[in-house]
Write a protein that binds this ligand. Sequence first.
Ligand code: SF4
Length: 357
Amino acid sequence: DLNTFKDPKRARKLIGAIEAVAPEHATLMEVCGTHTVSIARFGIRNVMPAGTRLASGPGCPVCVTANEDIDVAIALARTPDAIITTFGDMTRVPGSTSSLNKEKAQGRDIRVVYSPLDALAVAKANPERQVIFLGVGFETTTPLVAIAIKRAKAEGLANFSVYAACKNMPNALDVLMGDPELKVDALILPGHVSTIIGMEPYRFLAEKYRIPGVIAGFEPLDILDALLMIFRQLSEGRADIENAYARGVMPHGNEVALAAIDEVFETCTVSWRGLGPIEGSGYRIREEFAAYDAMRRFAPTVEETREHKGCRCGDVLRGIMTPAECPLFRKACSPENPIGPCMVSSEGSCAAYYRYY
Ligand code: SF4
């Protein structure tokens, strides 16, 4: 229903233009959880020209967090007298044998916050307790985590630390686009992440893989604009990185945020759910800020990491399977009883499919 678009007239025009230039066959992938939700919510798949399709990629930070990281978070929650602060979705993600919510039910102190800076406030209000923030997110979250650590150091806050599990998107895209099983012709690039990193880090997509990429905003018309730009590139045989979200993204990103990340973190190899270990895709706290690293402070131990039987989140995150193709979808797995993180997180593909299809 075109009336769900804020400006149905413009939407109709864009859809007509998209149909006029779309190739016979093309698979486009979105790699941002907010896009996944917008695409599902506004029914954008229904206006894709015949022969073309939209696949979802690893755009939900909670979903790509590996089971071993969830297990470490649970082990940290068992630290005597600790307060765990985290974004809400993380509390429901099942680890190998427990979840943060289950730990909370057993009396551990787990609090939902909306920003790492809120976690700092919890630390200040509880000077006799150790407050650990679970740093999970992409380039939009990482600068805030860096700022929280810098502030804690500047204020001499001795009871605050971070479990650093943030990730960056371009290195994951490099691995994904090199995957022979995945046939993607173009990428809808994430608006929020690009606000921080700008356009340059995606250049390799066009140069190494000849894959067009267009940065998109989150309103339905923004996404249609980006689709039109992608289809134009495909029909002209071009592969460029373009920006359909000029009101939010500067070509060089946000230099202040990037400097904060660089001051506090260095990149390292980390494991992604579904994609495995990816070089340079994670952030480790630098030596100068080691006192704020929960891993160094508490050295948590995890006995055994096991995957969830039957859950296909890994394949969903690689875009080689739609949530509906998972045998557990809508059967054993639902938002009330999620088996994997893609059904837990509000930005997860399985949750978006469950809600809107
Ligand atoms: Fe995993 Fe559930 Fe998604 Fe299947 S539907 S991939 S079990 S989260």
